[in-house]
Design a protein. Structure first.
Length: 276
């Protein structure tokens, strides 16, 4: 079973995800994700793997399943959104697996980080949106930059995953520069870190100051720091989105929480001029 455990809080884990973990003989996952569900793992064989060991996790899960064990391979967020579903199917197909094989595969969906972070700052995903990871481990940076430029010029709300790490410090700066070619400097930005976890943090800034925010090292799934660049649509959407941002700020202050950065960008028209 490929299990999405949601953003990290048990309150936001689906009933099926809990049941899948309870049914499993073996639970495999990244060390941080294992910690998030530690109280559900009593009496189970637990396999902890490090970062960049996604294929090892999938290989171990397949080997255990072939031994007749029921396996839960966990991902934070949703297993199919920057999660373990893709690498696992890659391993399965390379091993000659087919849907008719003895090893049965179930993907258990979970709330992705983009949903969790958006919920904390209002309703920025009400209309068309897209997400882009700034990590170049699997995708060459020129390809990522081309995608960024395309969505910056389009009328989209944009969520940026993996904004920065110890090795990658310039991608977020280059992304900012690409967006500034098409969007106004005062476009709102919200950065959300560890949504619905103990160290949750939300900060509001603008596109002009986005790269100055303190970005944590990135991890996989919902453990990734999220940078959401929200491009409100014209015809009244901008005003409503600004109201949502203000309401989210008041909500954060009422709860006594510090803000995680979240961003809202204004779209450009096809002629390159601001849409409003």
């Amino acid at each position: 079973m490929l299990v999405g455990i949601g953003p990290g809080s048990h309150d936001h884990m689906t009933q099926r995800a809990r049941a899948a973990i309870a049914e499993a003989d073996v639970v495999v996952g990244y060390v941080t994700y294992i910690k998030l569900v530690a109280d559900l793992l009593e009496g189970k064989e637990v396999v902890r793997k490090g970062m960049t060991e996604e294929l090892d996790r999938a290989v171990h899960a397949l080997a255990s399943a072939r031994e007749g064990k029921k396996v839960a391979l966990i991902s934070s967020g949703d297993a199919g959104v920057y999660g373990m579903a893709g690498p696992t199917y890659e391993v399965l197909f390379q091993a000659g697996w087919t849907p008719e094989s003895d090893v049965q595969v179930e993907v258990v969906p979970g709330a992705s980080a983009i949903n969790a972070c958006a919920a904390l700052v209002g309703a920025p995903l009400t209309h068309d949106f897209c997400s882009i990871s700034l990590s170049d481990l699997l995708t060459p940076w020129p390809v990522i930059a081309r995608r960024l430029d395309a969505v910056a010029a389009a009328d989209f709300v944009v969520a940026l995953y993996n904004p920065k790490s110890g090795r990658r410090t310039q991608q977020i700066v280059q992304a900012q520069q690409l967006f500034l070619r098409h969007r106004r400097p005062d476009t709102p930005v919200a950065v959300v870190k560890s949504a619905y976890r103990r160290r949750e943090r939300i900060e509001f800034t603008t596109l002009e100051h986005m790269s100055r925010m303190r970005h944590r090292h990135a991890h996989h799934g919902a453990d990734w720091q999220q940078q959401h660049l929200c491009a409100p649509r014209p015809h009244g959407h901008a005003a409503r989105l600004r109201q949502q941002v203000r309401a989210a700020r008041r909500w954060q202050h009422a709860r006594g929480r510090k803000a995680w950065p979240f961003a809202v960008h204004r779209p450009a028209r096809l002629d390159g001029k601001p849409a409003y």
